[in-house]
Design a protein around this ligand. Structure first.
Ligand code: C2E
Ligand code: MG
Ligand code: MG
Ligand code: MG
Length: 290
């Protein structure tokens, strides 16, 4: 019986190793394919921008959208940016893609303006883009070509980026002096200590949606959100809450003083034409309310 048991363990072990390596290979080749395809994604017109409205809590106005990149792989179909952005960073294609994003967002803002819709856009910037000396020039060009100025864009960066390289702090300070607002994305998920907030050159804090998810009808845990909002305000920073999905979250975050709100409760990210429709009906609903 003992022998038999050992044999089974061995067999299972071998099977597990086999299944494991098979899965590893699968994942590895998907990554390789995606990494390769991203290098021609701009030229092949496979990229698209979606825009998620961000609501100002005091005026209940939509004055800003977050620009979120979408990519359809020729083999895998739509791939989440959470998956492909890190691969674009690893393969270096993020620089070309990032510049395409800046140009596309500015062109769309221009077209919204021409349709009577005044909006700012928050754009996610990768660490590699920030470390590249050409970024200020790319920003100026994308804005200038569309008759826009720095106050049309907000640049979203993450905590881990700030911790990784001292020169990033200098780049951010330079961008701020050009008139760009800097916001710290996914706040609370990185490794930064709260005391760093005082020294980072940022204007806004985006509370990560994992904290917002803690606010549930009944069993609510708002301790952290409350503390982040209070601390940010004491440091003179504005606060955006991400991932607002429920009315309870919306109400509580407004009461706690969150300056801006973003999430499915307000709207999902939308392609440009749908955003225009959304803004039009939002404006006419507001007019009826008055
Ligand atoms: P992020 O910057 O934190 O963007 C917010 C993410 O939360 C978006 O995911 C958005 O669709 C999602 N979201 C918004 N509201 C809700 C909600 O109420 N519930 C839930 N469950 N999710 C919500 P998305 O579009 O998949 O983007 C994922 C991440 O990919 C972004 O996180 C950002 O880090 C990165 N990313 C997206 N576009 C770009 C880009 O153009 N450049 C760079 N460098 N990164 C980008
Ligand atoms: Mg973001
Ligand atoms: Mg975020
Ligand atoms: Mg997030």
């Amino acid at each position: 019986a003992a022998d038999l048991a050992m044999f089974q363990v061995k067999e299972n072990g071998r099977n597990n190793i086999f299944r494991y390596s098979e899965r590893l290979e699968e994942a590895f080749s998907r990554k390789k394919v995606i990494g390769r395809q991203l290098r021609s994604a701009v030229d092949n017109g496979e990229l698209e921008m979606h825009y998620q409205p961000i609501l100002s809590a005091s005026k209940l106005d939509i004055v800003k959208v977050e620009a979120l990149l979408r990519w359809k792989s020729p083999t895998f179909g739509p791939v989440s940016p959470a998956e492909f952005i890190p691969l674009a960073e690893a393969g270096g294609s993020i620089l070309g893609i990032g510049n395409w994003v800046l140009r596309k967002v500015c062109a769309d803002l221009r077209s919204f303006k021409d349709q009577g819709i005044r909006l700012k856009a928050a754009v996610n910037i990768s660490g590699l883009q920030l470390m590249q000396p050409g970024l200020p020039g790319q920003l100026s060009e994308a804005l200038g070509d569309n008759g826009l100025t720095a106050d049309s864009l907000e640049l979203e960066i993450t905590e881990t980026m700030l911790m990784s390289d001292e020169s990033i702090i200098t780049s951010l300070a330079d961008l701020r002096s050009m008139g760009f607002c800097i916001s710290l994305d996914d706040f609370g998920t990185g490794f930064s200590s709260l005391s760093y907030l005082r020294t980072f050159p940022v204007d806004l804090i985006k509370i990560d949606r994992s904290f917002v998810a803690g606010i549930q009808p009944g069993a609510s845990d708002d301790t952290l959100v409350r503390a982040i909002i209070e601390l940010s305000h004491n440091l003179g920073l504005r606060v955006v809450s991400e991932g607002v999905e429920l009315k309870e979250q919306f109400d509580l975050l407004c009461n706690l003083g969150s300056d801006e709100l973003q999430g499915y409760f307000i709207s999902r990210p939308l392609p440009a034409p749908s955003l225009v429709d959304f803004m039009m009906s939002y404006a006419s609903a507001a007019a009826t309310r008055e």
